[in-house]
Design a protein around this ligand. Sequence first.
Ligand SMILES: [Zn+2]
Length: 269
Amino acid sequence: MKSRLLIINSVCILGILWAQEKTFYLKSGDKVTGTILSENETSIKLNAQDDIVEIGGIKFKVVKKGNSDRKYIWFHGDEKTAKMALDHHMKTNEGTAYYIQNKLREVNFHGGLLDPNRIFSSDGIEKNIQKYNPQWSLSKKMEILASFDRERPTFLNEIFPKNGGLLIAIHNNFRGYNVNKEIKRSDSISIKIDQNPHDFFLCTNRTDFELLAKSPYNVVLQEKWTDEDDGSLSWAALRYDVRYVLLETRLGWFKKQKEMLNYLHKNLK
Ligand SMILES: [Zn+2]
């Protein structure tokens, strides 16, 4: 009986999905086929398979333009200025941008929460799980930890540029976090007296640092991996020897973030 119900349900669901499968032409001219998730007068959301990459169920929309191997990633759904700056940048530049599909900083995850930028090492995700979901059973924690460990290599392989290319992560802060909090663990620093400490670059490659030190902006270099790895993408980039630059500005400072992203893009090859 159960199996018959399952078959009937599956047929119904397939029927609905089949009925809603449609092809759309985007402004860029690209053709996308997918299922309509919601539709109103102004927007249609698509669940197009080849537009999404995911790790442990955390989804990122992929926007690819041209053949450049430059990669960009936006992690925290509440950092709207960073998303706007990246959208603006991608209108006129080539590369691949990954946008988290989430509205808040933390992702709702199996009835709990996770910070999507603390999943890139086993130690990091373990601390992340303990911090947000201490109530989870040990077996649930182990299962989730194992799924991230399993899927991480494929995900990193997707988002890491090849052949020495650059990966740029784009963030916003609000009051607390600023460049001064990174000075202690940095190998070199270039702090500009006329710049706000909340607006800065953090990079992992010394040549990139030396170029950015000549910019009008604050920059710090963290080029050595240590076992303080908190699971953020910067540590994974260090571990795999990928050139990585984090761009931080204050939330709401759109013009500043556009300007810094443009500087980074133009001056780092
Ligand atoms: Zn962030």
